[in-house]
Design a protein around this ligand. Sequence first.
Ligand code: HGY
Ligand code: MN
Ligand code: MN
Length: 414
Amino acid sequence: MTLVPQIDGERLLGRLDAFARIGETPAGGVNRQAFSVEDRSARRLLAELALARGFSVFQDGMANLFIRREGSDATLPPLLIGSHLDSQPTGGRFDGALGTLSAFEALEALEDAQAETHMPIEVVAWVNEEGSRFAPGVMGSMAFTGADTEAWKSLVGSDGACLAGELEATIAALPEAAPRPVGMPISGYIELHIEQGPSLEKEQLPIGVVTAVQGTRWLEVSIQGSAGHAGTTGLAYRRDPMVAAAAAMHALQATIMPLDTSARLTVGRIAAQPGSINAIPQSVTFTVDLRHPQPERLDAIEAEVRRVCGAEAKAQDCTVTIRRSFDMPGAAFSPAMISIVEAAVGSLHLPHKRMVSGAFHDALFIARVAPAAMIFVPCRDGLSHNEAEYVEPADAVTGARVLLQAAIAAASAH
Ligand code: HGY
Ligand code: MN
Ligand code: MN
């Protein structure tokens, strides 16, 4: 008698709780930044769960983690399902973890039912999706799809750590994972993720079928002035980069988003050197995260950021350098994989809508090498990158059920 694979909701919710305790913050979020001790603990827990089920575990030279369940034809490229385990410094319990643990739950459901798929299926946990400790983000999926990683080797993180050493220690921390080269042929990729926006909850829809992801660009603005004594330096003698930075940020925040409701401009980090309470700063550096669904608007907004920062720096007799630390053009997902996801949603009789992702995801890069698509579930108030991030248990389980059905269909396609 062939059993029908079923998601075990209690098991999945228990897993989410267990992983949420790794890097748990006092406010109930998680701090499990890429290549950190907490990240390594989560990777270890997943690998141990996988080995206990008899799945094989691999990691590549970028520390992307893979868990493999064989199909009837081992020569076929595997279908990948998964997401990421790293988090923001004050992240939520579901961003990344939901997709990764739901993918593992789907593998267990297949195993419990002794179900056979034509292709092998591999769960993947991409490293450093967030990019908050080591920019850029989506490092693991970028490396997997052929990005030049040489420049990353000398990267120093926001906490002063060296990426090369942290990567090496992360790989060494999981000797049970068999080594694998970076990059391999795959048959497709499906990622479940929380929406990280309000629309599904507002429309009371349990599922979003993601058709595309908007473009993202990260800039690092560094304004150089002249350090000086806070008490003795009169206005006429100041070349204060903080004044220039504050004026530039104010000008941009007063125009970019108010004049273009599709635009997103965020200053998430600012630092002054020397950072002394009674010294006019020598330099001020701040980050700018730009997003827009239309590439030409992203270019125009970046040009405006450069213009405004140049003008405000000049007004304070300062100089400015602007470095683009990340450029992720938006892209559409594969119509064939979108149809597979939509058919899975239909087979479960779930209301849903098609939508574009405001957040970037590993799927955006994987879509460059294989048919890819994403499934969204709602999160409370659309909140994410916030410790109060929350998903209703029923929505988490529904998302995993859709992922399982879509994976079965995608891995059995001939
Ligand atoms: O920033 C992003 O869009 C992703 O959630 N890391
Ligand atoms: Mn994410
Ligand atoms: Mn995130």
